[in-house]
Design a protein around this ligand. Structure first.
Ligand code: ADP
Length: 239
């Protein structure tokens, strides 16, 4: 069973006078442990697809099974449960709370999930260590570099131990060296068995992934395996 199974998915935005076919019949399977980059030009439907994958929006028609569960039939509470147990989100702007420490930011999803205090503390520590920031637990976001802030956000995504991470332009605000560090970290997480689906419009990010799905005008135009993904640490060679 694939972790993600999408069949003939449509999303039509209907604002009365105009209808926009943002997705026009998309089918896609993603297996546990895959690293998939979804790319395509602006307006092609990437965000729409990502929002549906993240159970933040519903398709107009078609099937979406996540971890064996039919998403379309769920009520809002069931969807919220599925989201918190199954998906970690990483965003372009990190979306950290500015007046709280790295540790408190990472703890937040565990509070929502009702995890007891002592276990929360342990899991926060483990997640921040996993991204190399155990020493920065008490720092606030404005005391951290962009790359460090994104690593805190990745720790927050990991702390609920989801099988899937959805990353929306996660390197869009990072320089090329930090981009490479974040991509290396994603490679490590995939090696640990986590599934990552990453949306980007940057071709050099797509070149790094094993599998690249190209979306255009609401359709999948290409779904290919890169025989030789650009290796890790490409930018810092020779430094
Ligand atoms: P991308 O993320 O690739 O830039 P989007 O998924 O944001 O593409 O958009 C796909 C198409 O759907 C575009 O034509 C966009 O204008 C349209 N669209 C996106 N969101 C809405 C909305 N809430 N209402 C109406 N049209 C929308």
């Amino acid at each position: 069973m694939a972790l993600i199974e999408i069949r003939d998915l449509y999303k039509i935005y209907d604002s009365g006078a105009i209808q926009v076919n943002a997705l026009g019949g998309v089918s896609l399977d993603i297996q546990q442990g895959e690293f998939v980059v979804i790319t395509g030009p602006s307006g092609s439907g990437k965000s729409t697809l990502m929002n549906i994958l993240g159970c933040l929006d519903r398709p107009t028609k078609g099937q979406y099974r996540l971890n064996g569960q039919e998403v379309a039939r769920m009520n809002p509470n069931q969807l919220a449960d599925l989201r918190i147990n199954t998906i970690g989100f990483v965003f372009q702007n990190f979306n950290l709370l500015s007046r709280t420490s790295a540790a408190e930011n990472v703890e937040l999803p565990l509070l929502y999930a009702g995890v007891p205090k002592r276990e929360r503390a342990e899991r926060v520590k483990t997640a921040l260590s996993r991204v190399g920031l155990a020493e920065r637990m008490d720092h606030h976001p404005n005391q951290l570099s962009g790359g460090q802030q994104q690593r805190v956000a990745i720790a927050r995504a990991l702390v609920t131990r989801p099988p899937l991470i959805l990353a929306d332009e996660p390197t869009g605000n990072l320089d090329s060296r930090t981009t490479d560090e974040v991509m290396d970290l994603f490679d490590e997480l995939v090696a640990d068995g986590i599934t990552i689906v990453l949306v980007t419009h940057e071709p050099e990010i797509a070149d790094r992934a094993k599998r690249v799905v190209i979306v255009r005008d609401g359709h999948i135009k290409d779904d290919r395996l890169n025989k030789k993904p650009a290796g890790p640490s490409r930018y810092i060679e020779g430094v």
